[in-house]
Design a protein around this ligand. Structure first.
Ligand code: PA5
Length: 468
């Protein structure tokens, strides 16, 4: 695998290219000391508090050995590997699987796959759970229960359903089909795992759900899939190194954060569209949406003042969404920044054959490859947006491999941390998510949530006249 670097192209964020609604060089310069402060804020806390994730590329030698040995056994023994988890425990594994495995991985014969079929179950839709059970044999399946808190209703419900089924089929041996990934210190899963004797991996302290792809949360599923996890971590380390300057012109993640900060604070661009031009990176946009939305969407800043910060993340896919959303991006409100993810060289290509000589409107495509077509269409959309005065930027991957995907993960994590520091908010909490979790506990009459239940019961009842 070639150790190539990804690049951040922000030309089209600048007023030189998009006109008066773009960002002026002076605006970036005016923010340089605030940007430095954000850089040092993040740097000061590296490896501590909720910034434990910054050290993951460097401090997991033992964990990686353990993961590789467990993954080898799972690959040998099981036909299926199912992740039970939600949010940060599911989006990273899905994004990396889609980016780095064969596009039809589960449909390939076992000898071509090399590892078990892979499923990520991140919802409690009963039809979906039953559908999974229709296509797997639980006895031949390894279930990786991933929950940092060990309290998440969705994941714990899934765990209870699956363990019951396994017990029915396998008796005491059911334990061999479950691997737990959780916090070493708190929560129910760690206690359950110890009582039952499950193989357990730990989510290090200071690694929040949405920042956890580079710890066992993401590394175990990736290793089971045969992905080179050392290259994933090396890529993340390389991006970390590339972002080691306090000067934003020399630090791509810091520059990206500064531009988004100016876009949202000064240009009313409250929407961030993530648009990879690659099906392999389609679910990377989902991972980004959680990272950006849950980290930056905060009511109060660190001084306790109401700020209602955040930028709404939207996922799009090139070229598919050129035929749906791009009309809005080019001509709708000036409230968006569009980020393309481009791939220079795809892992395989297809040529459009000759055979349309009689139809000049189609014939111009003949002899070109799909790689040329997808990348030309991206350039054309970039041009249309720029001409229409819409801010856009691009992350360019020379190719998709574990090393470039590791860089991509670290780039967006750092950008998010810097942007949170610029906004002076707590990037790493999620009181809004906890609010929903607590209301669910109360509605299920869980002990300890009586006050919440009373509060919900006292809320105004819906009026039938508004339901038609
Ligand atoms: O980013 C986060 O912290 C959340 O999205 C969590 O990942 C999600 O709520 C699941 O939490 P847990 O891992 O505790 O089950």
């Amino acid at each position: 695998m070639e150790k190539v670097s990804i690049k951040f192209d922000y030309n089209n964020m600048m007023s030189e290219f998009v006109g008066r609604r773009g960002i002026k060089r002076e605006e970036v310069a005016a923010l340089s000391s605030k940007a430095q402060e954000a850089f040092y804020d993040v740097g000061r806390e590296r490896g501590t508090g909720m910034l434990g994730w910054t050290e993951l590329p460097y401090n997991q030698e033992d964990a990686v050995k353990d993961i590789l040995s467990a993954a080898a056994q799972i690959r040998e023994r099981f036909e299926n590997f199912v992740v039970l988890g939600i949010g940060g425990s599911a989006l990273g594994p899905t994004a990396v699987f889609t980016a780095l495995c064969h596009f039809r991985y589960n449909d390939l014969p076992k000898e071509k796959r090399g590892g078990p079929r892979f499923f990520v179950e991140d919802n409690v839709d009963p039809e979906r759970m039953n559908a999974l059970l229709d296509v797997i044999d639980v006895e031949k399946t390894c279930f990786n229960v991933i929950t940092k808190s060990g309290a998440t209703s969705e994941t714990m419900s899934q765990y209870l359903i699956i363990s019951e089924l396994l017990k029915e089929k396998l008796g005491d041996k059911y334990r061999d089909n479950i691997v737990a990934t959780t916090s070493a210190k708190k929560g129910n899963l760690i206690k359950l795992a110890a009582d039952e004797g499950f193989k357990t991996f730990y989510i290090p302290e200071g690694v929040g759900g949405r920042f956890s792809e580079l710890c066992p949360v993401g590394l175990l599923p990736a290793a089971v899939l045969g992905i080179d996890i050392k290259s994933l971590l090396d890529g993340a380390a390389a991006m970390d190194e590339k972002c080691s300057s306090a000067t934003c012109t020399k630090n791509p993640a810091l520059m990206a954060a500064v531009l988004q900060y100016i876009a949202m604070e000064k240009k009313s661009a409250n929407i961030s569209v993530m648009m990879p031009y690659s099906d392999a990176l389609k679910y990377f946009a989902d991972w980004y949406c959680q990272l950006w939305g849950e980290s930056l969407g905060k009511a109060t800043d660190k001084r306790g003042e109401k700020v209602y910060a955040g930028q709404t993340p939207v996922k799009a896919l090139g070229v598919t969404d050129q035929h749906s959303q791009v009309q809005l991006y080019v001509e709708g409100p000036f409230d968006k920044v569009i980020t393309f993810i481009a791939v220079d060289k795809f892992r395989s290509d297809v040529t459009v054959p000759a055979g349309a000589e009689a139809f000049p409107d189609v014939n111009f495509l003949c002899g070109h490859t799909l790689q040329e077509l997808i990348n030309t269409e991206r350039k054309a959309t970039e041009y249309a947006l720029t001409k229409a005065g819409r801010m856009n930027n691009a992350i360019i991957l020379p190719e998709i491999n574990a090393y470039t995907v590791g860089q991509l993960l670290m780039f967006f994590q750092l950008e998010t941390a810097y942007c949170g520091a610029l906004l002076n908010i707590d990037t790493f909490n999620q009181p809004g998510v906890e609010g929903g979790k607590n209301a669910t506990y109360a509605l299920f009459e869980r002990a300890g949530y009586e006050a919440k239940k009373a509060e919900i019961d006292a809320a105004p009842k819906k009026n039938d006249k508004y339901i038609i």
